[in-house]
Write a protein that binds this ligand. Structure first.
Ligand SMILES: Nc1ncnc2c1ncn2[C@@H]1O[C@H](COP(=O)(O)OP(=O)(O)O)[C@@H](O)[C@H]1O
Ligand SMILES: [Mg+2]
Length: 483
């Protein structure tokens, strides 16, 4: 039987290997797999002796058809396949727990299963099933398939990733990590290959094989990938901020196309300014925070990162709006995405409305004065004087009276016009305000409907989970797992 070390399985994530405590009881059965299956498995370091029992053919457990090799890490090989029962695409992660009889490996497998069962988020694969062969110790974790390409593949193809995409990846990653950390779990092995970017641009995190509980004791298994590991991981400490370091390192790799070991340093810390001088100041500042050697200088967890991103959206604005008065409000949606909402031009409208009211008041006052003096009082006085005086003077006074009346009529018309214009200003402001209220109400209505839908979906998922758990339990009781 080949030893664990000669198989050189630790390609990316170094995991402390505990010596075998019990000799393997693997029976020497010849695999009955067909040629295609042989070719598929030959791309991996999977031990052929596992290909028996439920894994004898490429339809594992009689249900999951293995089609494509996806990747291999410290714990096993991952394949993509199809669930024959439902037709759904699945990801199949095969662990060889029989070889090393490594309780740590068994524990990490159990933890990955437990974690996926617990975490419910679009950005995390969902647990579906476990297929196992107790004679060999082979275990397969079946989970939902995430379509797309890894960020590792993306950066290999595109060399560097533009800033706009980095922001959207950070927002998505922050939302997923908020859920993971909210459950008291740390991923511990974030790196470009463990993120999948879907064709619709949304992000998912895979590989929960390294998860640890927050603040596990120092000296326990060291999980992680050099370069992406936060300094504190070297002495076995882990907090949610550990994941944020790895996220920062991942983003810098995407921005520059260079892995963390090849980045310039300033003392212990990666020098983000020197590594990617073309990035905006706000992104460089955030990445510098994420990559702080001291976890206390980083945002404390996924939720804190979401808040930091929200506050950056508020002060910065989309495409870097210049005037602070024009900065939008940022709203974090239920799915964690950050949305910028521009404030309405309330102040200008308030000025306009005041001007309109003053216009009406002055026009009315002017009209009263004009009618009172120009049409009534002055013509009355002139008529009285004309009655007293006689001859030519009388004729002149009466003519003057007519002129005064005519001019006041003109002034009255002008004032009427001005009052009307001012009233129209008030009306327009009122209309705008009504429209604004209407659209605000519609927006609230829409948000409320979305929230209700989310709650409904969430409730359905919870119920489904419960039913699955019950079914699991029943199958277990019926000895389905042979455990
Ligand atoms: N649920 C999934 N959907 C699609 N691809 C996946 C899924 N899980 C893993 N993969 C792919 O398989 C690769 C290896 O799986 P991973 O869980 O990261 O195992 P390892 O511990 O071997 O790194 C990943 O880098 C990813 O490309
Ligand atoms: Mg991986």
């Amino acid at each position: 039987m080949a030893s664990q070390t000669s198989r050189d399985r630790q390609r990316t994530a170094p995991v402390e290997v505990v010596e075998a405590v019990t000799p393997s009881t693997t029976p020497s059965t010849t695999p009955t797999a067909d040629a295609d299956y042989e070719v598929l498995v030959s791309q991996t370091t999977v031990d052929r002796r596992l290909l028996r029992g439920p894994f004898a053919t490429n339809v594992w457990g009689g249900r999951y058809e293995v089609e494509r090799f996806a990747g291999e890490g410290s714990q096993g090989a991952t394949f993509i396949g199809t669930d024959r029962k439902t037709g759904a695409k699945v990801a199949l992660k095969l662990f060889d727990l029989g070889k090393a009889k490594d309780w740590k490996a068994q524990e990490l497998f159990d933890r990955e299963v437990m974690t996926l069962k617990r975490l419910n988020h679009r950005g995390i694969p969902q647990f579906m099933d476990v297929v196992s062969d107790d004679d060999t110790g082979a275990r397969v974790l079946v989970m939902t398939h995430v379509a797309g390409e890894t960020l590792g593949a993306l950066v290999a193809r595109e060399k560097t990733v533009p800033e706009k995409r980095l922001w959207s990846l950070l927002v998505d990653a922050g939302a997923i990590l908020a859920v993971v950390h909210g459950e008291g779990v740390v991923h511990r092995d974030l790196k470009p290959d463990n993120f999948i970017l879907r064709p619709d641009g949304t992000l998912a995190i895979v590989d929960f094989g390294g998860v640890g509980l927050v603040r596990a004791q120092a000296g326990s298994t060291v999980v992680g990938t050099f370069g992406y590991m936060a300094p504190e991981q070297l002495y076995g400490a882990q907090t949610p901020a550990t994941d944020l370091y790895a996220l920062g390192a991942t983003m810098l790799t995407l921005a520059t196309g260079k892995s963390p070991e090849h980045q310039p340093r300033d003392g212990l810390a990666i020098d983000v300014d020197a590594a990617a001088p073309w990035l905006s100041t706000s992104l460089k500042t955030l990445l510098t925070q994420l990559l702080s050697p001291d976890p206390k200088d980083r945002p404390k967890d996924g939720a804190a990162l979401v808040l930091a991103l929200k506050s950056i959206a508020t002060t910065r604005g989309p495409q870097g709006a210049k005037s602070p008065a024009k900065a939008p409000d940022a709203v974090v949606n239920a799915d964690g995405s950050v949305e910028a909402i521009w404030r309405e031009d309330d102040i200008d409208d308030a000025f306009r409305a005041t001007g309109g009211v003053l216009g009406v008041v002055f026009s009315v006052m002017g009209m009263l004065a004009t009618v009172g003096l120009g049409r009534l009082l002055i013509p009355f006085i002139l008529t009285v004087i004309a009655a007293i005086v006689g001859g030519d003077d009388r004729r002149k006074l009466l003519a003057l009276r007519d002129v005064v009346r005519a001019r006041s009529a003109d002034a009255q018309r002008l004032l009427m016009h001005s009052a009307d214009a001012s009233a129209q200003v008030i009306n327009r402001v009122g209309d705008r305000q009504r429209q604004r209220h209407e659209s605000k109400r519609e927006k609230q209505e829409r948000k409320r409907a979305e929230r209700l839908q989310w709650i409904k979906d969430h409730a359905e998922r919870v119920v489904k989970d419960q039913v699955d758990k019950k079914l699991d339990q029943r199958r277990r009781q019926q000895g389905f797992w042979r455990q």
